[in-house]
Ligand binder design. Structure first.
Ligand code: BGP
Length: 490
């Protein structure tokens, strides 16, 4: 359907998003060190991914090969260019640059790889938007230092940031610090986000302990890790500005609408509490540069002590982000009624909304919730916003004539884009949109390849077979037209 007027600004950043550990493969090539993602096995919708200290024979670790972007980047970026991307969100694998994480000098081969990738982007008129840390901390830092619990990790991260800010200062001007930093607020963020290792063989999200309350020790470790990330992120922002006046740095949070399950005052209070804890807390620190007042009571009641050191408050104030970015897939309901079932969805527990449908993987689909959230974010911060992840993970079928018809994906994206247009008309300063997994990749939560998000199909399967051939899906052409018409043709 074609709309007459343009709603999206002419310079709107249409594009797509990927992350190193989910696409690159080549896990030990050219001097790369192991990242935490390389120690997580494949899982399925029903059997969780597991963490192993050693790489075990006979296990599959999907990040080791992923979809081999490391050797296909030229072809892939050319396809992104064909769709008309103006921006590509991708991450640098920290362990390609500093294989162990605590070295003094970077790995030249790693630096070289991303020079080539960014050159390729520019060749196709694509601006890179780089996530500095996307669930792929060098494994050595997790083992040796206990992940982000240890304050020394701030120094290593800042060294890595300074290296890449300087190295790519003529090629990259848009950066994100930590992917979905707010996952550290919940137990699900312990391993991938905080780099805190569980016992060997444990399931990745601690699902086996989902019903049990967390100990003050667990909470203290995670909130210490989060504090260290706040400080590291703020230092990175200040440093980026110092290194190049054009550098713009954003925070990146996982955002979901939170609805009260009933209109009882208790559920309403629970909704406010959850919105603050899971959505606003990290945004407030990154955008406003200080801990918000409402967390104090939570910290007090849970026995959490934030390891604030002299000088940290100034660092947070000096490192406020330039823009706010987030991922949006779903919304959830909350209730104080313990009898109502809890279900998992994108690393968060929530009650399904009876007014909405769910995806094949059980994630509630809520396009209007996106408009609501965009408005709520802009009300609060009044800085530019970018939606850097959104999409539908679905099983695709390769037909006999070698095509992939994915009207379900088109329908999902169309509805979300329509709601973005509504939010822009509401006055929200939305500057870009990079749907997740613009090329099929490894699922973060399940490790599957079968859960596909892409406009581009990759012939690669969960049993390790496949040619890695890239095939344009129906959604490829649809998105190309959407971009070419600046969102008029959906
Ligand atoms: C976000 C992560 C991404 C991505 C996405 C989809 O939480 O930032 O890395 O994977 O979710 O999730 P999944 O891959 O589990 O379907």
């Amino acid at each position: 359907m074609k709309q007459e007027t343009t709603i999206f600004p002419e310079n709107f950043l249409w594009g797509g998003a990927i992350a190193a550990n989910q696409v690159e493969g080549a896990w030990r090539e050219d001097g790369k060190g192991d990242s935490i993602a390389d120690h997580i096995t494949a899982g399925t919708k029903t059997s969780p991914r597991r963490f192993t200290r050693e790489i075990r024979e006979g296990e599959r670790y999907p990040s080791h090969e992923a979809v081999d972007f490391y050797h296909h980047y030229k072809e892939d970026i050319a396809l992104f260019g064909e769709m008309g991307f103006r921006v590509l969100r991708l991450s640098i694998a920290w362990s390609r640059i500093f294989p162990q994480g605590d070295e003094e000098q970077p790995n030249q081969a790693g630096l070289e790889f991303y020079h080539k990738v960014f050159d390729e982007c520019h060749k196709h008129g694509i601006e890179p938007l780089v996530t500095l840390s996307h669930y792929e901390m060098p494994y050595h830092l997790c083992e040796q230092y206990g992940g982000w619990r240890d304050r020394r990790v701030i120094t290593f991260f800042v060294r890595y940031c300074e290296t890449v800010f300087r190295e790519y200062k003529d090629q990259v001007h848009m950066w994100l610090t930590f992917n979905e930093m707010n996952t550290l607020v919940s137990r699900f963020g312990t391993l991938l986000g905080a780099g805190i290792l569980p016992e060997d063989g444990a399931d990745m999200f601690n699902m086996s302990r989902a019903g049990q309350p967390e100990t003050p020790e667990e909470l203290n470790e995670r909130f210490a890790a989060l504090h260290h990330q706040f400080v590291a992120s703020a230092k990175a922002v200040a440093l980026a500005h110092e290194i190049h006046p054009k550098h713009r740095v954003g925070c990146m949070l996982s955002a979901a609408g939170v609805y009260p399950y009933t209109c009882s005052p208790e559920d309403m209070m629970e909704m406010q509490h959850q919105m603050r804890k899971s959505n606003w807390f990290c945004g407030d620190v990154c955008v406003k540069g200080e801990y918000p007042y409402y967390m104090n009571r939570f910290f007090r009641e849970k026995g959490i002590r934030i390891p604030m050191e002299p000088g940290d408050e100034e660092i947070l104030k000096k490192g406020c982000v330039d823009f706010f970015s987030f991922s949006y897939y779903t919304s959830r309901c909350v209730t104080v009624d313990e009898k109502v079932t809890m279900s998992a969805g994108n690393m968060m527990l929530g009650v399904p909304n009876p007014y909405l449908n769910a995806s094949e993987w059980g994630w509630i689909i809520d396009p209007k919730g996106l408009r609501y959230l965009l408005n709520a974010i802009y009300d609060r911060y009044e800085i530019p916003i970018m939606l850097v992840e959104n999409g539908l993970g679905a099983t695709d079928e390769l037909t006999e004539d070698g095509q992939i018809h994915d009207p379900y994906r088109i329908a999902y994206l169309r509805e979300h884009i329509r709601q973005m247009a509504e939010a822009i008309q509401d006055g929200v300063e939305l500057i870009g949109y990079t749907p997740w997994g613009c090329i099929d990749l490894v699922s973060a939560s399940t490790g599957e390849l079968k859960k596909r998000y892409g406009f581009i199909y990759v012939d690669r399967h969960d049993d390790g077979t496949g040619t890695n051939r890239r095939i344009r899906k129906d959604s490829f052409d649809w998105y190309r037209k959407c971009i070419a018409s600046n969102g008029r043709e959906l």
